[in-house]
Design a protein around this ligand. Structure first.
Ligand SMILES: Cc1cc2nc3c(=O)[nH]c(=O)nc-3n(C[C@H](O)[C@H](O)[C@H](O)COP(=O)(O)OP(=O)(O)OC[C@H]3O[C@@H](n4cnc5c(N)ncnc54)[C@H](O)[C@@H]3O)c2cc1C
Length: 357
C-alpha cells in the first residue's frame, strides 16, 4: 500500500469542492487495512474513509489526516439458496461501484435492489446512510456487513468483524455507521440477500405512473431502466456534461415531524393559503417533503448565489456551478436552512457528510 501526500480530494467527489488530504492511500486488499490503521495511529492522524465521494462536502482546507479510499473489488455470488431455492447471497467488495452491482443483480434476475439503480457511490457507502430510493432501501436486503473495527487498541488483535443486520441499527438515512458508531468501522464487504425471480418493487407513484399504460407487469430490467430514466430527468443520475449532477445528491433529509410540529406546519400553510402536498410514502412516517419546504421558502430550482446553486431539475440538490468552493456551498446551505426555518419553523438537517470542517 502506497501512502501519498497532499492529494486533492475534490476530483474524488461528485460535488468537486474542497482541498487536499495530507495523506492518502488506496485500500485494494483487506490485508492492507491493518497497515493503514497503524500508519494513522502511530502518527496520531485522524482517519477518514472515502468511498465514491458522492455524499461528501470536503472543506476548502482539506483533510489534515489520512484519507483512505476503499477500492476492494469483487462480486462473489456463491449461489447459496434458501429452502425454496430463491434467495441468493451476494458478497460484494466495498469498493465496487454500487450501480455495477445493481446491474449484475438485475442481469441475474435477482430482485431487491432494482429501485436503487443509478445511485452513485460505492457498495461500502450504502450501509452508512441506509441508501434508499423509490420505495427500497438497502436495509431490506443487507444480511451482514464485514468490517474492520478501529476501536480496540491492540493492533495485533484480529479486528475483522461481521455485523449481522440487526447490529447495524438501520433507520431512515441512518445506521450505527453514521450515528452511534461513527468513525469506528471500515466497511470491507457487504452481503446482500436477493430474491431470484422476485417481482420488481413498484411502490412509488413515479414508477407506477411510468408503467400505467403497460399491460404486462414490468421486468426487473425494465424497472431498472425506468428508475434510471426518472433519475436522469431529475439530475439524480451522474451524466457527463450535465452540470445539474455536480452535486452530493439530496442536500437535506425529509424532516420527520412530531405531532406538534406537524400541526404548526399545517397552521402556517393555512395562513399562507397553501396546501401541504400528500405523499403516501412520506405520510406513513409523518415525513414532510424537504423539496417542497425549500421551494415554498423562496428557493426555486435554478436559484444561484455565485458559483453555488440549486439544480434546475431538483430543489434539493445543491450544485457546484463550475468553480465553487466548499464555503460557497455551505453559505447556500445556511441561507436555505435559515429561509425554511423562518417560513415554516423547521430546521432542515443536511444529508451529506462534512469532511474537515
Ligand atoms: C446525483 C446523486 C444522487 C444521489 N441519490 C441518492 C439516493 O437516491 N438515495 C440515497 O440514499 N443517496 C443518494 N445519493 C447520496 C450517495 O450517493 C449515497 O449516500 C452513497 O451511498 C454514498 O456512497 P459513497 O461510496 O459515495 O460514500 P462517500 O460519499 O465516499 O462517503 C459517505 C460516508 O460514508 C462513509 N463511507 C464510505 N465508504 C465507507 C466504507 N467502506 N467504510 C466505512 N465508511 C464508509 C464515509 O466515511 C462518509 O462518512 C446521491 C448522490 C448523488 C451525487
Amino acid at each position: 500500500m502506497t501512502i501519498l501526500e497532499n492529494v486533492p480530494l475534490a476530483p474524488l467527489t461528485t460535488l468537486q469542492v474542497g482541498g487536499a488530504a495530507r495523506y492518502f492511500a488506496e485500500l485494494r486488499r483487506e490485508d492492507d487495512v491493518r497497515e493503514a490503521a497503524q500508519f494513522a495511529r502511530s502518527r496520531n492522524l485522524p482517519l477518514f474513509v472515502l468511498g465514491g465521494g458522492s455524499n461528501l462536502v470536503v472543506a476548502d482546507s482539506g483533510w489534515p489526516g489520512l484519507a483512505l479510499k476503499i477500492a476492494i473489488g469483487g462480486i462473489a455470488n456463491p449461489n447459496t439458496h434458501d429452502a425454496a431455492g430463491n434467495a441468493v447471497l451476494f458478497s460484494v467488495g466495498a469498493g465496487v461501484n454500487w450501480d455495477d452491482f445493481v446491474a449484475q443483480a438485475v442481469a441475474q434476475n435477482c430482485a431487491g435492489v432494482e429501485c436503487l439503480s443509478g445511485i452513485p457511490g460505492s457498495v461500502g457507502g450504502t450501509p452508512v446512510q441506509n441508501v434508499g430510493a423509490y420505495g427500497q432501501e438497502v436495509a431490506d436486503t443487507i444480511e451482514s456487513v464485514r468490517a474492520f473495527d478501529l476501536r480496540t487498541s491492540d493492533l495485533k488483535e484480529d479486528r475483522l468483524v461481521v455485523l449481522p443486520k440487526p447490529a447495524c441499527g438501520f433507520r431512515y438515512r441512518g445506521s450505527i455507521f453514521n450515528r452511534t458508531e461513527r468513525g469506528r468501522y471500515i466497511i470491507l464487504r457487504v452481503n446482500y440477500r436477493l430474491q431470484r425471480g422476485g417481482a420488481p418493487s413498484l411502490k412509488y407513484a413515479d414508477l407506477q405512473r411510468h408503467f400505467a399504460e403497460t399491460k404486462t407487469p414490468p421486468s426487473l430490467a425494465e424497472v431498472r431502466e425506468a428508475v434510471r430514466e426518472i433519475r436522469r430527468s431529475k439530475g439524480m443520475l451522474i451524466v457527463p456534461g450535465d452540470d445539474d449532477c455536480r452535486s452530493a445528491g439530496s442536500f437535506f433529509k425529509n424532516p420527520v415531524l412530531s405531532e406538534e410540529q406537524f400541526q404548526e406546519l399545517s397552521e402556517r400553510a393555512k395562513l399562507k393559503g397553501i396546501e401541504i402536498p400528500s405523499y403516501p410514502a412520506l405520510d406513513a412516517r409523518r415525513k414532510v417533503s424537504a423539496a417542497w419546504l425549500v421551494e415554498h421558502s423562496g428557493f426555486a430550482k435554478g436559484y444561484a448565489v455565485g458559483a453555488a446553486g440549486i439544480s434546475h431539475k431538483h430543489a434539493l440538490a445543491l450544485i457546484n456551478r463550475g468553480d465553487a468552493k466548499a464555503r460557497d456551498i455551505v453559505g447556500l446551505k445556511d441561507e436555505i436552512q435559515h429561509g425554511v426555518q423562518e417560513a415554516w419553523g423547521i430546521l432542515l438537517e443536511p444529508e451529506p457528510v462534512f469532511v474537515g470542517f
